[in-house]
Design a protein. Structure first.
Length: 200
């Protein structure tokens, strides 16, 4: 067994493999091995550069939570109000400026595919931290939208989206808003259940 240094890796070639191979053939085999090794390393470097390029700049993630209510140190104007809670995280390596909080509605799946909006709106008051806002790398921005009857109906009749627009991207980053249907409590059934429980 002998070794051929190639960069930081040592290529091991068995003596049994080269027995019977003349000098010219051996030289061609070694050149072929080194060429394949160089191509492999070049591919790894290219993939690493692509990964770094994809991860460079701001990376904005948006999460939406409907049916939220504030319970601590609540301003009078928000007491008893139901909100669509919006959280934006910058997991990239650069800062960006959040400019607008938006709402889009599509009346059908087909309209969503062809990008024909039934309604589009900019939320003027984000309730918490006002926009524009510089979102630094690794930081979080939180906001909210008053969840009224109109938004609930749009969520259940079509496709309702909420999202953020920031300075480093032309298109908004959207998340679908799904407001669950509230099942009304049957008072007579509830009272009957309490009565039965009392006599058991």
């Amino acid at each position: 067994m002998f070794r051929i240094p190639c960069g930081v890796i040592l290529l091991e070639i068995s003596l049994d493999y080269i027995i019977g191979i003349n000098g010219e053939d051996l030289q061609m085999k070694l050149i072929e091995i080194v060429a394949w090794y160089g191509a492999f390393i070049a591919t790894l470097v290219l993939l690493w550069d692509i990964y770094k390029w994809k991860r460079s700049g701001p990376i904005i993630n948006v999460s939406i939570s409907p049916d939220m209510e504030l319970i601590s140190n609540v301003p009078d104007r928000l007491k008893g109000k139901i909100l669509i809670f919006v959280q934006v995280v910058n997991s990239g390596n650069m800062d960006t400026t959040l400019t607008h909080l938006v709402i889009f509605h599509y009346s059908s799946f087909f309209k969503k595919i062809i990008k024909k909006k039934n309604m589009q709106a900019i939320v003027v008051s984000a309730l918490y931290t006002p926009l524009p806002y510089v979102l630094e790398s690794g930081k979080i921005w939180q906001g909210g939208i008053l969840q009224d009857k109109k938004l609930e109906e749009m969520s259940r009749n079509g496709y309702l989206y909420c999202g953020i627009i920031h300075a480093s991207r032309k298109k908004p980053i959207l998340q679908r808003v799904i407001v669950p249907t509230k099942i009304p409590l049957n008072k007579s059934t509830n009272m009957s259940s309490k009565k039965n429980y009392t006599h058991s």
